[in-house]
Design a protein around this ligand. Structure first.
Ligand SMILES: Nc1ncnc2c1ncn2[C@@H]1O[C@H](COP(=O)(O)OP(=O)(O)OP(=O)(O)O)[C@@H](O)[C@H]1O
Length: 310
């Protein structure tokens, strides 16, 4: 039985004469943290963007398992891909891509407000996430009034506030010094796999990759085999974050304490937002086309559990 939350088969993508992906098979289990590494131009970002429904592969399939069924990401039209990204995926980029005119709490809350959550409830939830990521008291600062590491924590809060089961991060620590990078990576793991969620990140940094539960390496658009490589994903493991273990739960992310920010909004309940697919507007389900459509020999070659590294 395929228990993957994301399963890609035979992904190819070409930009003119440039082959970005040359046939990628990959299974990602719920609760895993997977680092994608490889030389510049090897296809890391293209792979992550394909998995996240940002770019459409030329060929191949991407199946996203949800509590209500399997979504074929590669077959969605742009509107449904946009809906999927907004509701089911969180994103953290190297520069955070935060809105400088907005405060920290507004930058986080906007992710919920785009989904229809009222402003006060969205900001209350956003403030709880900021506090959980060590930013209590900084809610009303604009992004330019935060350090690079603090801004990345805001980006992590924004990626998580909707309860997205998968977070995609592209060089989330790339612009940070090594100490801040370690702090932000700890916060990212705490907020994702520490809550039973799944993290897929692109990095050039071996120390960042080593903190993930496994690493895949790309070369010329393919996952490359490694000595000792295995053909299947390793079971998810609790990643050390330097903090007390967090019980596996979906939402709320951390106990909703009454923080100073929230006290200003007393009476507003902390929104309970367990992850669930919207029942009213389901994605097209490939009912007649069971996944995977065909057998794929040599699945996920080149997958190396970090614990098994030489
Ligand atoms: N939109 C695009 N148009 C044309 N070529 C592209 C486009 N996106 C990616 N490519 C090319 O596809 C190949 C893979 O790019 P990709 O960004 O996935 O690599 P990467 O491993 O993430 O590189 P880096 O580490 O430098 O970010 C590269 O040769 C790149 O130039």
């Amino acid at each position: 039985m395929n228990t993957s939350i994301l399963s890609a088969r035979g992904l190819t993508k070409q930009y003119g004469p440039t082959v970005a992906l040359a046939g990628v098979d990959l299974d990602i289990l719920p609760g895993e943290s997977v680092a994608i590494m490889g030389a510049s131009g090897s296809g890391k970002t293209t792979l992550m963007h394909a998995l996240a429904g940002i770019v459409t592969p030329d060929t191949g399939s991407i199946a996203f398992s949800t509590p209500t069924g399997v979504v074929r990401v590669d077959q969605l039209d742009e509107r449904h891909r946009s809906q999927l990204r907004r509701e089911s995926f969180g994103f953290v980029f190297q520069q955070g891509l935060l809105i400088p005119e907005l405060t920290a709490v507004e930058n986080v809350a906007i992710a919920l407000m785009l989904g229809g959550t009222p402003r006060i409830a969205a900001e209350t939830s956003a403030a709880a996430w900021l506090a959980a990521l060590g930013l209590a008291g900084m809610e009303t600062r604009r992004i330019g009034e935060l350090s690079g590491g603090q801004a990345q924590r805001v980006a992590i809060a924004r990626a998580q506030v909707t309860g997205a089961p998968i977070v995609f991060a592209d060089e989330p620590t790339g612009a940070l010094d090594s100490r801040t990078s370690a702090d932000v990576m700890g916060a990212l793991l705490h907020a994702t796999t520490g809550q039973g969620r799944t993290l897929v990140l692109v990095t050039h940094d071996e120390t960042v990759a080593a903190r993930c539960s496994r690493t895949i390496r790309l070369a010329d658009g393919r996952i490359v085999g490694q000595p000792g490589g295995v053909g299947a994903p390793t079971p998810p493991q609790q990643v050390a974050t330097g903090q007390a273990p967090v019980p596996q739960q979906v939402q709320p992310p951390f106990p909703p304490q009454q923080l100073p920010y929230q006290q200003q909004h007393a009476g507003q309940p902390f929104p309970q937002q367990p992850y669930a697919q919207p029942a009213a507007q389901p994605y097209p389900q490939p009912a007649a086309q069971p996944y995977p459509p065909q057998a794929h020999p040599g699945q996920a070659t080149g997958v190396v559990p970090n614990g098994a590294r030489p």
